[in-house]
Design a protein around this ligand. Structure first.
Ligand code: ARG
Length: 462
């Protein structure tokens, strides 16, 4: 049969080959060649199973399995010539296998279809990405822990509404991201556990009349079990959607931190200095050192979340089982995975390299009446005042300090007593930022002692 006229894999009933535009819209080889390793791994497991079940001979299976390794090495070395006429990675590999091992290659596709084949390959690929994402998250968590450990008692302002709220410790702030990333890693792990079923052997959609052993291939490929419904097996893309939604949430966390780094590295804040290795300059303003990596991480969430939404939209209208729409699952997922890994690596680099400016952090922590809550708590504790009244008295003291253009610890005792006559000089003990953070020893609080305990817990966990 002439390959140019009609497809060698399915062209039996076709009189002519596809229009060039048809080929352009149909071919996925431009991107799904990334599934080569998984495709060959799956085919090798399938061939071994076919032989053990007596469906093909051992001789054929050995030739196929060896030949597939040859094809893989050709692909990995870059010498493989991909053909758009052969549509996708599955048919490119099989066509080349035929050139390498001859007729035996034609027996490989017994008891399976491209529908379960692509579901398998893509699932294996996503599973690898999940593992890589978890590794990347752990590396970032370790970088954050090093920062938290060093700065367990460095004081900085804690914000709500981006207004100074209460003093917190640098270590505590770093640990907040360690917690978020811990949830991200566990979301990926959950998704992995749920997706770890083999679709191979579901064939086109209905299963097969060949006496295949789906448990054998599932086990060989590291799956917990074969999927239990062949219609579901070939039409399910939940595993990619779960990967994308876990990636979206993780990228959202990275983006929030990136936003903080952009703010913190500005001349107005000067909370951190980013290293030269993770900054860029301006072509016109010589003084500039820009946090481009942080800004790009902040933007990555857009395309990752976009991929998630796109795949949801692709899937939502599809009747069971496979439709060609599902070929659009890959590019988006590849792009999202690449950018998530890049964002994790860039954030890890920035965090490892960045220097916290302790003086600026502490000066900022001491301004903005950050210990007003400590003052109110002191009134409750020392003068037995109801908290609501203490809140009111403190508010009046803040107003007084504001009018005088000073901070709370700068008010004199006489000033304080002009607002409430029972206030004693002991109040000044709670107005310092170090005392403030040291006092917040409730579980999960910002006290250096708590931060050190949490750093230790995470170091043991990781
Ligand atoms: N390239 C296709 C995809 O990515 C492979 C499956 C094709 N199946 C089919 N029935 N045409 O979805």
């Amino acid at each position: 049969m002439d390959d140019k006229k009609s497809n060698a894999m399915w062209g039996g009933r076709f009189g002519s080959g596809p229009d060039a535009i048809m080929e352009a819209i149909n071919a996925s080889i431009g991107f799904d060649q990334r599934l080569a390793k998984q495709d060959i791994e799956g085919s090798r497991a399938h061939a071994a199973m076919l032989a053990r079940q007596g469906i093909i001979t051992n001789t054929d299976a050995d030739a196929i399995r060896e030949g597939l390794l040859t094809v893989l090495s050709e692909i990995e070395s870059g010498s493989f010539e991909f053909s758009a006429a052969l549509e996708d990675i599955h048919m490119n590999v099989e066509a080349r296998l035929k050139e390498v091992v001859g007729e035996a290659a034609g027996r490989l596709h017994t008891g399976r279809s491209r529908n379960d084949q692509v579901a398998l390959d893509f699932r294996l690929w996503v599973r690898d990405q999940i593992d890589a994402a978890i590794d990347g998250i752990h590396a970032l968590q370790k970088a954050l822990l090093a920062q938290a450990d060093a700065g367990a008692d460095w004081v900085m302002p804690g914000f709500t509404h981006l207004q100074t709220a209460q003093p917190v410790t640098w270590g505590h702030h770093m640990l907040a991201y360690v917690e978020m990333l811990g949830r991200d890693a566990s979301r990926f792990a959950d998704a992995r556990a749920r997706m770890n079923e083999s679709p191979l052997g579901a064939a086109a959609l209905a299963g097969t009349s060949f006496d295949i052993d789906r448990h054998m291939t599932a086990e060989a490929l590291g799956f917990d079990r074969p999927s239990a419904n062949s219609l579901d097996a070939v039409s399910d893309r939940d595993f990619a959607l779960e990967f994308l939604s876990a990636s979206s949430i993780c990228a959202m966390h990275l983006s929030r931190f990136a936003e903080e780094l952009v703010i913190w590295s500005s001349a107005q804040f000067r909370f951190v200095s980013l290293s030269d290795r993770f900054s860029t300059g301006s072509s016109i303003m010589p003084q500039k050192k820009n946090p481009d990596a942080a800004e790009l991480i902040r933007a990555k969430i857009a395309r990752i979340f976009g991929a998630n939404v796109a795949l949801m939209m692709v899937m939502k209208g599809l009747p069971l089982t496979y439709s060609k729409d599902m070929q659009e699952d890959k590019e988006q997922t590849f792009d999202a995975a690449d950018n998530l890994m890049l964002a994790l690596a860039a954030m890890t680099g920035m965090v490892s390299d960045m220097t916290a400016n302790r003086e600026s952090l502490e000066a900022a922590a001491s301004s903005g009446f950050s210990t007003a809550t400590d003052l109110a708590d002191w009134l409750v504790r020392s003068l037995n005042m109801p908290f609501r009244d203490a809140h009111h008295v403190t508010g009046a003291l803040v107003k007084l300090a504001e009018d005088k253009g000073c901070d709370l610890p700068d008010l004199s005792l006489v000033d304080m007593q002009s607002v409430h006559d029972k206030i004693t000089k002991d109040v000044f003990d709670v107005l310092g930022v170090h005392n403030s953070v040291a006092s917040r020893t409730s579980y999960g609080g910002t006290a250096p002692s708590e931060v050190r305990a949490q750093v230790k817990r995470w170091k043991d966990l990781l």
